[in-house]
Design a protein around this ligand. Structure first.
Ligand code: CA
Length: 470
């Protein structure tokens, strides 16, 4: 156990934050024995350096055996394996804890919604039971070893039933970059620094990593002509986002206060909000994105719980000279640790690169800690007017871009609106995505005195548009 974890456990009461004043999110942000970086698992692959799923991570997803007729079911990633929670429940390995047993029972279904509905104390109880049962030397090994399936023998589903999806716009760098391209004289609109801007998106077209995304068709207005045409998008793009899954919802008319917001958040994933820029440019005024965003969005298979992210929390600040948030979007806990340090990366692989055996090429990177608005602010603002969120609802963070030129989370920004092509290792160039291109996002967290945990990846490949004449 590191000094940081030991200090937190010895000196802090169970309901207090190690890094700030007590508050109601303590179960999700306090360090506890599950975060101890010295922990090792009897699943040997979980202990290898740089692997995304050490025993300190324990993310949830929905899987089935590839090429089988088996139903999808909830599992936990550990090393290169998946612990099948339906099988684990039947094994009796969790019979020692009523809370953990009830939580495991809620996982004997195809989606995470039932577990999400149980709330943070159940999530924590299950995480603790999983951590103890998967540790090196745990007596549960004999019961649980037969419940493992290698990840490379599994296929995945969208892990929750996503009733509603809302996409935010929390990176001020992205908002400014895009604003400059759309409105050079007025890049950042006056509301941006006062509230988390968002729009209600489309959940039916959200798929899981591995998704093949058909190039969309819609109205576009080409430069220099007087009428739009129906055409395949020529400016297809990705958006590097973090997805936020709601846990327990709220009743209609009852807002979620900022300091309770994270009690309602189950966990985070990687999220690609595919976007058709030429479609967007013609349709977005006055009501915002429509067909430019509704044809596909892709989530990573694994949901990293908020509790797993506790060691990577950071202070949230608002620059002097910027408006300070209104009281319903501000709190001491937010200031102490509202931000989350998640390193994000974008890789691109063309069909030619695949043919030549060239690996995906990293085109940009950024960090979720640089978001202008936090997870709790998104939840508090979304509900302040009484809107009810439900378990499994997904909030997109908006494209995460940093201040530097190579920290842009979309091709629209990297290519300066199509004016400056990127070079690929195959000798090809890109301004926007071509058919056959594969886009891969990866994410991971690191902090002093904590294990490195990863998000895995979200991957999608562009298919040609449907024929307009068929
Ligand atoms: Ca977006």
């Amino acid at each position: 156990m590191t000094a940081a974890v030991r200090r937190a456990r010895e000196t802090e009461p169970a309901d207090a934050l190690p890094l700030g004043p007590p508050h109601r999110n303590a179960t999700l942000t306090a360090l506890n024995e599950t975060h101890d970086p010295q922990l090792r698992s009897w699943v040997a692959s979980a202990n290898t350096q740089g692997n995304d799923f050490p025993i300190q991570n324990l993310p949830f997803g929905a899987f089935s055996r590839a090429h089988s007729q088996e139903a999808f079911r909830v599992g936990v990633a550990i090393g290169d394996q998946i612990l099948d929670l339906t099988a684990a429940y039947a094994s009796g390995a969790f019979n020692g804890s009523d809370d953990a047993l009830a939580a495991t029972q809620a996982c004997c279904v195809p989606t995470l919604n039932a577990l999400m509905d149980l709330g943070p104390s159940a999530w924590s109880a299950l995480r603790l039971a999983l951590s103890r049962a998967l540790r090196l030397g745990a007596p549960e090994q004999a019961l649980l070893a037969p419940c493992l399936l290698p990840q490379d023998q599994a296929e995945f589903a969208v892990p929750a039933r996503i009733g509603d999806y809302t996409d935010f716009y929390t990176s001020v760098h992205h908002a400014t970059n895009i604003g400059k391209l759309l409105r050079p004289d007025n890049p950042l609109l006056p509301n941006y620094k006062w509230m988390p801007i968002g729009y209600h998106g489309r959940s039916s077209s959200i798929g899981v990593s591995g998704q093949a995304v058909r190039r969309p068709i819609s109205q576009v207005m080409r430069p220099g002509v007087s009428a739009p045409e129906l055409a395949a998008s020529a400016r297809l793009d990705y958006e590097l986002e973090v997805g936020v899954y709601l846990g327990r919802g709220n009743a209609l008319g009852e807002p979620i206060a900022l300091d309770q917001a994270e009690q309602h958040v189950f966990g985070l994933c990687l999220f690609n909000d595919w976007s058709a820029r030429d479609v967007q440019g013609w349709e977005y005024q006055p009501l915002g994105p429509f067909l430019s965003k509704n044809f596909a969005s892709t989530v990573s298979p694994w949901v990293i719980t908020l509790e797993a992210l506790a060691p990577y929390r950071q202070a949230w600040t608002r620059a002097e000279g910027d408006p300070q948030p209104l009281p319903y979007l501000d709190s001491t806990a937010l200031r102490c640790q509202g931000a989350i340090n998640i390193a994000l990366e974008v890789y691109l692989q063309s069909a030619a690169m695949r043919d030549q055996g060239l690996p995906p090429h990293r085109v940009s990177h950024s960090n979720f800690r640089d978001a202008y608005w936090t997870v709790s602010q998104m939840v508090a603002h979304h509900t302040v007017g009484g809107c009810n969120l439900q378990s499994g609802d997904l909030l997109g963070s908006g494209t995460q871009s940093g201040a530097a030129a190579d920290e842009a989370g979309s091709l629209m920004e990297l290519s300066l609106g199509g004016k400056q092509p990127l070079s690929l290792p195959s000798g090809e160039t890109r301004t926007f995505l071509e058919d056959g291109d594969t886009v891969v996002f990866r994410g991971h967290c690191q902090a002093n005195g904590a294990a490195r945990i990863g998000f895995g990846e979200v991957r999608g490949t562009v298919l040609p548009a449907r024929s307009l004449t068929a």
